[in-house]
Design a protein around this ligand. Structure first.
Ligand code: ADP
Ligand code: ADP
Length: 214
């Protein structure tokens, strides 16, 4: 059974690796960021507007909202044999609430995918996303075969609104100010595993697989 958390700075490679690990282990990939993007795309509900007002500035969506969304998702049938959380928790409170909620089936692996700060800006501003297939590319480090098109679906790649340089700077600050407290919480509990995310995608994947074996 795998109840996995991937935590780390924006642009560290969580989504890229989560996609690969989840295919490998056949468990659902749960990204709160993806859930919010789907909500915002759908349109005009009050909740979508509220979420947009935070995501567009690179701020964290309030805990009450994200916690409800997350628990609703992990209560679904497909999560009963495990799951991978990508981007949750992102604050100390979220980490504590998650532990309390999972009393009977605790997390099996908490993995920090850590990357030097100077690399992150290029990773994020160079990120290109395929909305339908969920594939993630990078114009500098991991380009698609045909510029601007997804290798799998052929759809046009987009630049996420929150990957604009102004927003990226704030997201890195939010990571340091809020998410690092959750990292330290897991470190203090001695459950934190650290994988360096600077190496190429396949090397990071191989290291993650090793960590997931134990
Ligand atoms: P996160 O989900 O942590 O924000 P992503 O998986 O979306 O990170 O990756 C951020 C950007 O960096 C994407 O453009 C992705 O293609 C690129 N990327 C991911 N992993 C690597 C890596 N190991 N080396 C180089 N670029 C990477
Ligand atoms: P990245 O992978 O680049 O860090 P995500 O897709 O995980 O980005 O998240 C995008 C945005 O969605 C975040 O900047 C934040 O506004 C919101 N978000 C995602 N997960 C959470 C969370 N656990 N708590 C609060 N806000 C979140």
């Amino acid at each position: 059974m795998y109840n996995i958390v991937f935590i780390g700075p924006p642009g560290g490679g969580k989504g890229t690796q989560a996609d690969m690990v989840c295919k490998d282990l056949n468990i659902p990939h749960i990204s709160t960021g993806e859930i919010f993007r789907a909500m915002m795309k759908e349109g005009k509900s009050e909740l979508a507007d509220l979420v947009r007002s935070y995501v567009s500035k690179g701020e964290l969506v309030p805990d009450e909202v994200v916690v409800d969304v997350l628990f609703d998702r992990i209560s679904k049938d497909d999560c009963q044999n495990g799951y991978l959380l990508d981007g949750f928790p992102r604050s100390l409170n979220q980490a504590e609430v998650l532990d309390a909620k999972l009393k009977n089936s605790p997390l099996t692996h908490v993995i920090l995918i850590d990357v030097d700060e100077e690399l992150l800006f290029k990773r994020l501003t160079g990120r290109r996303t395929a909305v339908k297939s969920g594939k993630i590319y990078n114009i500098y480090f991991n380009p698609p075969k045909v510029e601007g098109k997804c290798d799998v679906s052929g759809e046009d790649l987009i630049i996420r609104d929150d990957d604009k340089p102004e927003t990226v700077t704030n997201r890195m600050k939010v990571y340091k100010d809020q998410t690092m407290a959750a990292v330290e919480y897991y470190r203090a509990k001695k459950v934190l595993r650290v994988v360096r995310g600077e190496k190429n995608i396949d090397v990071v994947f191989a290291e993650l697989k090793e960590v997931l074996k134990s």
